[in-house]
Design a protein around this ligand. Structure first.
Ligand code: BG6
Length: 473
């Protein structure tokens, strides 16, 4: 489906996210024929970083050239570039923005839908939303709000109140780009379109779950953002908890926004408040020397933790989550560890050193792969077991030409008005609520070597199990 005609307004148009993801992503949607028949994109930023239309077009061209999947050239690029304009917005002077939006609407013709994308620092959310309310721009519009959504329960509640004073929840699209990744949607397909995964997807068969998102990159010049945020707020309370919601949810009654989000929120309701004793906070050696970082900084660049769900499907099954910067690999992996068979007929010695129980490994690096790890008899006269894999690979099975990046998929969904893959106010508030014990009483940060898998204690955290990464490559 192609969305209705739109005027998209990008707040934070001069920022990093717009440059790396949003402008290249919008152009990719144009290339894929998924933007509306008629559209305009208005960039916006505070007056001190205002651009002319031509400067904004030039920036967009550079962003697409550097980060886009196709070059800024040809007919589609020309149309895309022509659709760009700029309007500065300050709370006390929204006139340039109003003029730019008015002009864009006239250029589109009819009554196009307005979509606001708030790619601005959390501290700026409230003033942009108030401006949208005060100017009447919010009427019938949709708004995409970036993460992190608040920094704790009180600030998330306050932000929700600010938003709800101007927008109805049906107009609000809180974005978490992990939920736009192909393989996350595929968790739903895997579980609910097949007869043989779901029957074992529970405490009777699964001993533990791992959600592991190590990153090789460091903070990449984002010291100012990162110092005030840290890995828990940047990655765990957002991306990893949302993934957990998809892995753990009950079958929804339908694949539409309300039933899907209801089931995900129920998972969050069943989460036990986090116990700081089961959390490892780490900081890579050298972080405090990065430009812009406080030499005594206590900000974590790594978190591993144990999460428990008090519900019938998962009681007693620990979920281990890990994410951090400057680690050995950049990966996105969910692993379900299966219980031992009821009877062991094979002597331990014969199982081979380091053999693990069965695992289902969902690797959602783009383009993604799913593997089951099990034991087979190694050829030869003796009964010796060896590990084996059955692997499905997106790249080998499909032409990924139709694949969209997380942001692209979600911006398209927002234009179509589909909230299924966006987070909801009740769920976000619940996630901050379960995080409160940790935020109030965080364990001290432990150092780790860049290029490692985090502080040593992560192995004790998951004991008697083992992290499935790095795995056998
Ligand atoms: C962002 C975080 O939301 O996600 C970054 O702010 C992180 O710190 C990024 O690097 C990871 O996203 P992806 O899709 O590259 O794994």
């Amino acid at each position: 489906p192609v969305p209705d005609d739109h005027v998209i307004v990008l707040f934070g148009a001069t920022g990093d996210l717009a440059r790396r993801k949003l402008l290249p992503g919008l152009f990719h949607l144009a290339k894929a024929g998924l933007l509306p028949a008629r559209y305009r994109i208005v960039g916006s930023a505070p007056a001190q970083s205002a651009l002319s239309d031509d400067e904004f077009r030039k920036r967009a061209r550079e962003a697409v050239a550097e980060f886009g999947s196709s070059k800024p050239e040809g007919k589609v690029w020309q149309e895309f570039e022509d659709a760009l304009s700029f309007g500065a917005a300050d709370p006390d002077d929204p006139a340039p923005l109003l003029a730019a939006v008015g002009e864009a609407e006239r250029a589109v013709g009819g009554s196009p839908r307005r979509l606001f994308h708030l790619a601005v620092p959390p501290a700026a959310f409230a003033s942009v939303i108030e401006t949208l309310g005060a100017t009447g721009l919010a009427e019938d519009a949709r708004v995409i709000v970036e993460k992190p959504f608040g920094t704790d329960l009180a600030s998330a509640r306050a932000l929700n109140a600010t938003i709800h004073a101007v927008f109805d929840e049906s107009q609000v699209f809180r974005i978490d780009h992990f939920l736009g990744k192909e393989s996350v949607d595929n968790i739903l397909a895997l579980r609910f379109a097949n007869g043989f995964f779901e029957p074992v997807w529970n405490r009777d068969h699964i001993s533990h779950v791992q959600i592991d998102v190590p990153e090789r990159i460091g903070i990449e010049g984002r010291a100012q953002f990162f110092e005030g945020t840290g890995t828990f707020r940047d990655m765990i309370v957002t991306h990893l908890f949302q993934l957990l919601g998809f892995v753990a949810m009950e079958p929804p009654t339908a694949l539409s926004a309300k039933p899907l989000r209801d089931e995900k929120e129920k998972v969050f309701q069943s989460m036990r408040p986090l116990d700081p004793a089961h959390v490892v906070r780490g900081q890579y050696a050298g972080y405090r020397e990065e430009p812009g970082v406080d030499p005594h900084s206590d900000t974590e660049t790594f978190v591993a933790l144990r999460v428990e769900l008090d519900n019938w499907r998962w009681a007693g099954v620990p979920f281990y989550l890990r994410s951090g910067k400057s680690l050995a690999q950049g990966r996105h992996v969910v692993t379900l560890g299966f219980r031992e068979p009821a009877l062991r007929m094979f002597p331990m010695a014969a199982r081979g050193h380091g053999a693990r129980n069965n695992e289902l490994v969902i690797d959602f690096d783009d383009p993604g792969r799913i593997a089951t790890r099990f034991l087979v008899k190694a050829p030869g006269p003796a009964m010796r077991l060896s590990e084996a894999d059955m692997v499905f690979s997106y790249a080998e099975s499909f032409n990924s030409i139709h694949a969209l990046e997380g942001y692209e998929r979600l911006i398209l969904d927002a234009m179509l008005g589909d909230q299924s893959l966006f987070t909801r106010s009740d769920g976000i508030e619940r996630l901050w609520e379960v995080s409160t014990p940790l935020l109030d009483d965080p364990p001290p940060v432990e150092p780790y070597a860049p290029g490692s898998w985090g502080p040593d204690r992560v192995n004790r955290l998951i004991s008697p199990y083992h992290w499935s990464l790095p795995g056998r490559q």
